[in-house]
Design a protein around this ligand. Structure first.
Ligand code: XMP
Length: 506
């Protein structure tokens, strides 16, 4: 187990991901909330930070229980922090040091830098530089511009590096982390999906015992994997509820419900389409749509949960990025609980919470899903927003508009599958625009709706770029849509990146 102390760097989560890629478990904690019991941690990593050690009140945690007692790797701000407060000197760099650099000097026989060639590319992102090392410091690597690019402290297992080993552009970053964690700290690489499944199922059994658990399935990867883990642990004492809000893709409700049943889940499908559409009637503001859908979902779910007698737990598919108490963001991100103040909580939200995926990143959820035999098709599904097609119909929503968009979307998505493009795209869908345009069909002028197609590549949804789909594919898809979907006479393709656009149109 590895402890990562977060000083607020945008890269902290990446450090955790790289460590997990080495099959080593790690946890991120804010620098000002160091866990009291450190016995389970075999090594500690200090992250970078947007702060400067020369600021008036720089992050300044007490490391006396860590320094010299556990192997320690300090990255960027961490490296400056160790220097600044221990007799070294940190000054503003004459030139700001961002981006690519190459190691020009590597001290011989240094465990941290084993197997890393000189000239190895490293990624820098700092405006301060370490001019003088702290007491006992020995420089072990330099770049052309940065003399103290890496150092260690004599007589301790304390290492510090100015560059970021966690970013992809530091080509030997993974090797460096492996050197530190496995060779120096002696951490064992035992964190595999199989080990996670065994451990989690056992923990869930212990925790839940004979109690009942209710869980809302969405058709997405997270809730499905969470359900299957719980199912392994407690079988039919897991009650799943899958709500059709009427804003899902064409046939999605029946298809996915059937898949869930095949997987052995105790699942109840609830078709509440009308309730959602009624609540959305006349609403065109995107945030109002989201609120209305959230509200109705809670009502429907609460009604259903009440039909199950003596439930003790509410299970959620929360994953690690939702949980991490990031220093830069100030506090944990919102989970379903915090949308509501305690007085007005629906009954099901007063249940005890169980979140089997709360320590996993998205890619790990997929690996765990594959490990427990969830079909590849289900695991590889594109992300789909909770409010569904409601935020892809610009303006107000009617049953007819939903029908039109479902048809268009189905043609587009089926086409992507047929052309073997589906897995090459991170997310795709169609948007119904609130305008009509002139067309001509046969001898008649038409005045019908416009749809936009959107396909993006991304890794996390934070940034995205449009996909260069083959013209021939676009041409065939456009033809099919206009010929088959009554009410649409024009198809356009969205070629905007995020930023400055977003993936969804609302
Ligand atoms: P944007 O449009 O912000 O979308 O670039 C980024 C990712 O988030 C999804 N998204 C949502 N998901 N509820 C959700 O559950 C929402 O209200 C929502 N809005 C956007 C979007 O589909 C993309 O994957």
């Amino acid at each position: 187990n590895v402890l990562i102390l977060d000083f607020g760097s945008q890269y902290t989560q990446l450090i955790a991901r790289r460590v997990r890629e080495l099959n080593i478990y790690c946890e991120i904690h804010p620098y000002h909330k160091i866990p009291e019991d450190l016995s389970s941690f075999k090594a500690v990593i200090l992250s970078g930070s947007p702060f400067s050690v020369r600021a008036e009140e720089p992050p300044h945690p007490d490391l006396s229980n860590i320094r010299g007692k556990k192997p320690l790797l300090a990255v960027c701000y961490g490296a400056q922090y160790l220097a600044h407060f221990n007799g070294g000197k940190v000054e503003p760099s004459e030139t700001r040091e961002y981006g690519r650099a190459n190691l020009s000097y590597i001290k011989e026989n240094e465990a941290l830098l084993a197997e890393i060639p000189t000239q190895s590319q490293v990624w820098m992102s700092h405006s301060d530089t370490i001019k003088q090392l702290p007491e006992g410091g020995i420089c072990i690597a330099s770049t052309h511009d940065v003399e103290n690019a890496a150092y260690r402290i004599e007589g301790e297992e304390t290492y510090a590096i100015q560059f970021h080993p966690e970013v992809y552009h530091s080509t030997d970053g993974k090797q460096l982390l492996e050197n530190f964690l496995i060779n120096i700290a002696g951490v064992e690489a035992k964190w595999t999906p199989g080990a996670f499944v065994d451990l989690t199922v056992e923990e869930l059994k212990q925790k839940i015992g004979n109690d009942k658990v209710v869980l809302g399935l969405s058709g997405g990867v997270d809730s499905t994997v969470a359900a299957m883990l719980l199912h392994k642990a407690i079988g039919d004492k897991l009650y799943c509820i899958f709500v059709n809000n009427g804003l899902l893709r064409k046939n999605e409700f029946t298809d996915v419900l059937a898949q869930y049943k095949d997987m052995g889940l105790n699942v109840k499908g609830v078709d509440a389409s009308k309730r959602f559409l009624d609540a959305l009637a006349g609403v065109s503001d995107p945030e109002q749509k989201r609120k209305a859908i959230g509200r109705v979902f809670i009502e429907v779910f609460d009604d259903e949960a009440h039909k199950i007698k003596d439930v003790t737990y509410l299970a959620q598919g929360t994953i690690y990025p939702d949980v991490i108490e990031s220093v830069s963001v100030n506090g944990p991100s919102v989970t379903i609980k915090s949308h509501h103040n305690v007085g007005g909580l629906p009954d099901f939200m007063k249940l005890k919470i169980v979140e089997p995926l709360r320590m996993l990143f998205k890619d790990e959820v997929r690996r765990v899903g594959a490990e427990i035999g969830i079909a590849k098709q289900l695991l590889g599904r594109h992300p789909f927003p909770g409010p569904g097609l409601a935020i892809r119909i610009l303006g107000d929503i009617t049953a007819e508009k939903v029908r039109i968009l479902q048809e268009v979307d189905a043609i587009f998505i089926e086409g992507l599958r047929e052309w073997d493009l589906y897995d090459k795209v991170w997310q795709a869908g169609a948007i119904l625009l609130p305008i009509n345009s002139v067309g001509v069909m046969g001898d008649e002028r038409t005045y019908e709706q416009v749809v936009a197609l959107r396909a993006v590549e991304s890794t996390d949804g934070m940034t995205a770029d449009w996909v260069n789909l083959p013209y021939e594919f676009l041409q065939k898809t456009s033809n099919k849509i206009i010929n088959r979907v009554k009410g649409v006479n024009r198809v356009v393709y969205d070629i905007s990146s995020k930023p400055p656009a977003t993936i969804e149109w609302e």
